[in-house]
Structure formats: structure tokens, C-alpha cells
Design a protein around this ligand. Structure first.
Ligand SMILES: NC(=O)c1ccc[n+]([C@@H]2O[C@H](COP(=O)([O-])OP(=O)(O)OC[C@H]3O[C@@H](n4cnc5c(N)ncnc54)[C@H](OP(=O)(O)O)[C@@H]3O)[C@@H](O)[C@H]2O)c1
Length: 255
């Protein structure tokens, strides 16, 4: 294969959880630009439909589902619908995520649980469901969206311990699943983004803009194309000998 063929995603089928907006939407666009058919799912189905219609203009097929990654039955509907339409699942990007800010001493169990269940348990449940199809195919790519918060702690002015714990868990989950499913020719990797302005991060970024920028060697926040390269690489044949790794896309923040 030449280098362009290695990165080509024409006809591949990719599910992106939380693909309606933000980083999921950006990665879905990147994969579609490389020819992949994309399946978007999130709780607000309308936003998935809107994004799917926009991405269809790139000449690929799309599907949109309402789905809560905390709910196994809801996940199975996405898997069944994808297999009914396309007959295979080549790529799963576990991107759906949430956060909750509160000092450790005051963090309520329900808020801790919501973050862990969405970010970590949701990643497990979706990987398990999609993985069954990938095992049968003897081929697949799972990309888990972690965070630099899963690699390092944050000073006391940033209080989201459940988020940090969930993303550290996503990294450990990625490494162990890579060891388990290598035998099935499934590559499992994570991406750890730094600060990208989105619905989730906007308020924190606005309040702490200068503080963050002083600590990012490239001197800017992540932009609307900055995650595409890592997502395309880890979805494509170019990464067939890469598994269990974390690609950090943070402008050098953790360097
Ligand atoms: N932005 C950053 O700076 C940054 C940095 C590092 C890592 N990340 C990670 O990147 C991922 C995307 O974040 P983002 O910044 O793009 O956030 P965002 O703009 O808030 O998007 C989050 C997406 O996840 C979906 N979602 C949330 N809970 C869900 C659930 N229970 N079931 C299904 N879908 C759910 C949302 O749709 P619905 O609300 O309709 O469900 C939405 O599509 C997250 O895993 C986040 O932790 C972000």
C-alpha cells in the first residue's frame, strides 16, 4: 500500500459517540473527509441528525441515533442499526463525555457516579458491544477519548476529581483492552486532548485563559482541525501496528 492508501478510509464504517457537537463532531468530519461512512449518536438525537445531514454533503453515508452511553440497551440499538445498514463496524470512537466541578470534600456521590458512568463505564459498554462485531470480523479500531486530565493532576483552582479519575481509567482500560484484543486484530488506542474550546470547556477556558496559555508551549488552544489527524491515523491502516498507546494532542501542555 502506498502512503495515501494507508490513510484512506473510503467505505469504512465508523461510530462516533457524542459525534453531534464539539470534538466528536470534528473527528466525524475528519473521518468523513477521508471517505468513511459515519454513525453519530448522543442523547439529543436532533443534534445528531443535523450533524449527519451536514456530513452527508461530503459524499459519504451517515446514520444518526439517540443514545445514552450509560444504557446498554440504548447502545445495542446503535450497534444493531449500524450492522443492519452497513453490515460491519470498522471504527469505534468512544468520545461521549461529561464533567462535574466541585471540591473533593463536597463532591456528591451522584455527580461522581454520573461522570464515571458516562466517561469510563460508557467506554467499556460501547467497546464490549462493538467489539463483538469486530471480533467476528477479525478486524477493528477502537479509539478512546481520554484527556490530559487522565495523565496529570490539576492545581486546587480546578476541581473535577471524578473527571480526572475517569480519564485515568480510560487510559488504563485502553492499555488492557489492547492486550486482550490484539489476538483478534483489533487495535485499541486513546487520544488525550489538551484544552479545546467546546460546550464542555468554554466557561473554564474563558475564566482562565491567560493561565492556560502561559502553560501551552504552542501558545494557543486546540482548534477545529487539530484532532482530525490523530483520529484519522488511529482509524486507518496507517496505525495497524499501533495499539495500547495514548496520542497526546495538547500543544505541548504536558511536555
Ligand atoms: N474540550 C476539551 O478541552 C476536552 C479536553 C480533553 C478531553 N475532552 C474529551 O472530549 C470528549 C468530547 O468533549 P467535548 O469537549 O467535545 O464536549 P461537548 O461539546 O460537551 O460534547 C459532548 C458530547 O457527548 C455527548 N454526550 C454526553 N453525555 C452523553 C451520554 N450519556 N450518552 C451519549 N452521549 C453523551 C453530548 O451529546 P448529548 O448531550 O446530546 O448527549 C455531546 O455530543 C469528551 O470525552 C471530553 O472529556 C475534551
Amino acid at each position: 500500500m502506498n502512503a495515501k492508501q494507508l490513510f484512506d478510509l473510503t467505505g469504512r464504517v465508523a461510530i462516533i459517540t457524542g459525534g453531534s457537537i464539539g470534538l466528536g463532531r470534528q473527528m466525524a468530519e475528519g473521518l468523513a473527509e477521508m471517505g468513511a461512512n459515519v454513525v453519530l449518536c448522543a442523547r439529543k438525537k436532533e443534534r445528531c441528525i443535523e450533524a449527519a445531514e451536514e456530513l452527508q454533503r461530503l459524499g459519504v453515508k451517515t446514520l444518526a441515533f439517540g443514545c445514552d452511553v450509560k444504557n446498554p440497551a440504548s447502545i445495542q440499538e446503535v450497534i444493531d442499526g449500524t450492522l443492519a445498514e452497513f453490515g460491519r463496524i470498522d471504527v469505534l470512537i468512544n468520545n461521549a463525555g461529561t464533567s462535574w466541578g466541585a471540591p473533593v470534600e463536597e463532591m456528591r456521590l451522584e455527580h461522581w457516579n454520573k461522570v464515571i458512568e458516562t466517561n469510563l463505564t460508557g467506554t467499556f459498554l460501547f467497546s464490549q458491544a462493538a467489539g463483538k462485531a469486530m471480533v467476528a470480523q477479525r478486524k477493528g479500531k477502537i479509539i478512546n477519548i481520554a484527556s490530559v486530565a487522565g495523565i496529570q493532576g490539576a492545581p486546587p483552582q480546578f476541581q473535577a476529581i471524578g473527571y480526572h479519575a475517569s480519564k485515568g481509567g480510560v487510559i488504563a482500560f485502553t492499555k488492557d483492552l489492547a492486550c486482550k484484543w490484539g489476538v483478534h486484530n483489533i487495535q485499541v488506542n486513546a487520544i488525550a486532548p489538551g484544552w479545546f474550546p467546546t460546550n464542555m470547556s468554554q466557561v473554564v477556558i474563558e475564566r482562565n485563559k491567560d493561565y492556560f496559555l502561559e502553560r501551552i508551549p504552542l501558545g494557543r488552544f486546540g482548534g477545529s482541525d487539530d484532532l482530525k489527524g490523530a483520529a484519522i491515523f488511529l482509524s486507518s491502516a496507517a496505525s495497524d501496528y499501533v495499539t495500547g498507546t495514548v496520542v497526546v494532542v495538547d500543544g505541548g501542555q504536558t511536555a
